[in-house]
Design a protein around this ligand. Structure first.
Ligand code: NDP
Length: 303
């Protein structure tokens, strides 16, 4: 295959680290169809090798990170300059790739989709995952009381270390009953649910009156169609199904969320866990590990 070149508005980058995200499993399996053949991946950090026509604000040699790299499972790729952000000198490229897409996601979930206020009670599913560990930390920064779920004791311990106040094994316990018990019967104001099919119904049952279910993924499979009357019966609940692109729709919003992430890393308020690193030619093993619930924190590929 010929090397890509930087077109108008684009940067060509030498990739240092590639972020693996669950969406690439949905895309490979066909749950989110893409025209084939395609090179997977959208998240990477790297060095600018060439600047395309019409680009301002970037130079050859700059280190950048983006969630909009075209075919990021590669050594060389192009990215729209509008969607790239320069990495501060104090942060290495692997760390930048590790925090990026999942950090932006945890940021919009905790600050915008359901903006947590001090004292709010939140339930975070898959709390030891890539998004999960970051979301626990950001929810604590917002002053929330955080209940997490995870499948193993090792994962539950990691989420506790990330700030979760209480943890539930949702593979053996009824997490809605547990969430009610932990909150003295009141339920939580928000459930951040990335698991989908296996958790959806009981996530609704975990909510306080007028609470919100933020369904942002489907690691266990898609949620079947459902009757909106259920939201009425269970307490005038809210349901949203957000996606990152709509919460970094403008460059200002992207840069402002990124500034928070970098600032928290530099101040030590946000810890980034790189749970696994695979050479690029073992991308299939990285997918097996992520889909098989074997991973914690971020999974990276290194070219
Ligand atoms: P994770 O690291 O969270 O991995 C997925 C985790 O989900 C697993 O480790 C596992 O944790 C849990 N899980 C529960 N049931 C299953 C199952 N049947 N198969 C596989 N995993 C299961 O992945 P990411 O951090 O990359 O992504 C988390 C979710 O967030 C994904 O659903 C992804 O699509 C979504 N997402 C959505 C975005 C958006 O804007 N809407 C943006 C980014 C991510 P455990 O073993 O503890 O159960």
């Amino acid at each position: 295959m010929a090397d890509p070149t930087a077109g108008p508005g684009e940067l060509l980058i030498d990739i240092d680290a590639i972020g693996v995200n669950f969406i690439e499993i949905y895309q490979r399996e066909g749950q989110y169809p893409l025209a084939r053949p395609f090179t997977p991946g959208s998240e990477a950090a790297g060095r600018v090798r060439a600047v395309g026509p019409g680009v301002s604000g970037f130079r050859t040699g700059d280190r950048i990170v983006s969630q909009s790299v075209k075919g990021a499972y590669a050594e060389l790729a192009v990215v729209p300059a509008e969607r790239a952000v320069r990495i501060p000198d104090a942060i290495d490229s692997k760390l930048a790739a590790a925090v990026w897409l999942q950090g932006l996601t945890a940021h919009y979930l905790s600050h915008s989709a359901f903006p947590l206020a001090r004292g709010d009670r939140a339930l975070v599913h898959a709390a030891a995952g890539g998004v999960g560990l970051l979301l626990c930390q950001m929810a604590k920064l917002r002053g929330a009381f955080v209940i997490g779920t995870a499948s193993t004791e090792e994962k539950r311990e990691l989420a506790r270390a990330a700030g979760a106040d209480d943890m539930i094994d949702y593979t053996t316990r009824d997490f809605a009953a547990e969430a009610r018990r932990i909150t003295g019967g009141a339920g939580v104001q928000v459930v951040y649910d990335s698991v989908g099919r296996t958790t959806f119904d009981r996530s609704l049952d975990s909510l306080a009156m007028r609470g919100m279910l933020v369904l942002f993924g489907q690691s266990s499979g898609p949620v079947p169609p459902f009757d909106p009357q259920i939201l009425n019966r269970k307490g005038s609940l809210f349901l949203t199904r957000p996606t990152l692109n709509h919460y970094v729709a403008t460059r200002e919003e992207l840069v402002s969320r990124a500034a928070d992430l970098f600032r928290w890393i530099e101040s030590g308020e946000l810890a980034i866990r790189i749970g696994a690193e695979f050479p690029l030619d073992r991308a299939a093993d990285a997918h097996r590990a992520l889909a098989g619930r074997q991973t914690t924190g971020k999974v990276l590929l290194v070219p």
